[in-house]
Design a protein around this ligand. Structure first.
Ligand code: B12
Length: 141
């Protein structure tokens, strides 16, 4: 990651598979842009391969997946693995949406850094990302 210069955090937002619930990801995209972050939205119906490739091509710092139609226990571990295999395992991987509590250990084990589910306050998400980004910049200074 090249954080040598103070620059805004870049995040790729995506939806995987046939999940067409768009409200949450739209709210997140607006909130992060309002907070000064660079947001790239891949659009719907992505595969883990497409998201991993886009994350590398766009040189983002964070990948955020919104998932409301199940499939997260399969496609998120796959995405985390593809990022690691491509040497991009240092990117922060976030997930939000409908993710049952009991699925979280599996996702964390697979490499999902943090989940934000239904009712999450966008201010908490912005604060979490800002804090993480400050740490990254400090580590790189
Ligand atoms: C609205 C809605 C729809 C609308 C979607 C319209 C649209 N364009 O988005 C319509 C009617 C089309 C729909 C369709 C379906 N739906 Co629907 N839908 C909902 C509903 C009622 C609300 C979702 C929503 O918009 N929430 C508001 C937003 C703001 O909340 P959110 O997405 O959770 O986002 C917040 C957090 O999760 C987080 N977040 C979300 N994404 C991200 C990403 C990142 C990076 C971060 C950091 C945070 C984050 O931040 C947001 C702010 O707090 C939910 C029930 C529910 N309570 O969630 C069911 C629900 C998601 N739907 C469900 C189902 C089953 C379906 C259908 C399969 C129904 C059917 N048989 O056709 C289809 C599937 C369509 C498809 N292919 O995906 C189920 C999913 C069950 C599951 N996952 O196991 C739910 C949970 C209803 C239920 N209780 O059964 N749905």
């Amino acid at each position: 990651m090249s954080n040598a210069h103070q620059r805004p955090l870049r995040i790729l937002l995506a939806k995987l598979g046939m999940d067409t619930h768009t409200v949450g990801i739209t709210i997140i995209a607006h909130a992060l842009r309002e907070a000064g972050m660079e947001v790239i939205f891949t659009g719907l119906k992505q595969t883990p391969e497409m998201v991993a490739a886009a994350a590398i091509q766009e040189d983002v710092d964070v990948v955020g997946i919104s998932t409301l139609s199940a499939g997260h226990t399969r496609n998120l571990p796959k995405l985390a693995r593809l990022l690691r295999e491509a040497g991009a395992g240092d990117k922060l991987l976030l997930a939000g949406g409908v993710i049952p509590e009991e699925d979280r250990p599996l996702l964390e084990e697979a490499g999902v850094d943090r989940t934000f589910t239904m009712g999450s306050d966008t201010r908490d998400i912005v604060a979490y990302l800002n804090e993480w980004w400050v740490q990254q910049l400090a580590a790189d200074a």
